[in-house]
Design a protein around this ligand. Structure first.
Ligand SMILES: [Zn+2]
Ligand SMILES: [Zn+2]
Length: 215
């Protein structure tokens, strides 16, 4: 997970073609490459009409005798230009970074971290929010979600039921534990869910006050 997203604000231009550089994931380091680029992302000119790229084929053919060319590249936070050797025009095009997706992922991660921290004192703070945040976050660490589940009965708050019922749990083990916790909360509040409309009604109700069906 990328922690420092300051590169998202950087706009870099290719000195050869004046096009804006594309943000790409850095390729995995191969044995023998040394330390790699020391960055998770690279800014690369992916313009197929860029003069560096167009002229590179002949240059490398003459100099090294193999079929490859150059793409212009800069690292985040540095104005220094580099030439990256590429074997074809499609290299790096598959590793383009979707900035919006990255921001969303990072926002989810930030909320998860915050909720995990608040979880320790959530009962003392009477704060159900971190519990719900973690339970409803399919990307959150399973251990934190299980811990959060343990607090549901303690809070004994009927307000937790609707969001949990409306959530699709991908992990059947968590879903089963959620269902158990909901039953406990209902029971200790002397409530049940209507078998027809799922609204919460009194445990002893003979008729649902919401859908009027007999229970
Ligand atoms: Zn260029
Ligand atoms: Zn009903």
């Amino acid at each position: 997970m990328l922690q420092d997203l300051s590169f998202l604000d950087e706009v870099k231009t290719c000195p050869h073609c004046k096009q804006t550089l594309s943000l790409c994931e850095a390729p995995p380091i191969h044995v023998g490459d040394g330390l790699g680029w020391g960055s998770d992302v690279l800014f690369i000119c992916l313009n197929d009409s860029c003069s560096l790229f167009l002229n590179g084929w002949d240059k490398i053919e003459t100099q090294y005798g193999h079929h490859a060319s150059y793409r212009y590249m800069e690292l985040p936070g540095s104005p220094e230009g580099n030439c990256m050797m590429v074997g074809n025009a499609d290299a790096f095009k598959a590793s383009l970074i979707d900035k919006e997706q990255l921001l969303n992922q990072n926002e989810r991660y930030r909320l998860e971290k915050e909720a995990t921290k608040q979880l320790e004192s959530c009962v003392a703070d009477n704060n159900l929010e971190p519990v719900m945040t973690l339970l409803l976050d399919e990307g959150a660490v399973k251990k934190s979600r299980i811990t959060a589940l343990g607090y549901l009965a303690e809070f004994n708050d009927l307000a937790c039921i609707d969001p949990l019922r409306n959530h699709k749990f991908r992990d059947p083990a968590i879903e089963q534990k959620v269902n158990l916790a909901i039953s406990e909360v209902l029971k200790s509040n002397f409530k049940k869910e209507c078998s027809h409309c799922s609204e919460i009604v009194k445990a002893h109700a003979k008729k649902c006050m919401h859908c009027k069906e007999n229970l």
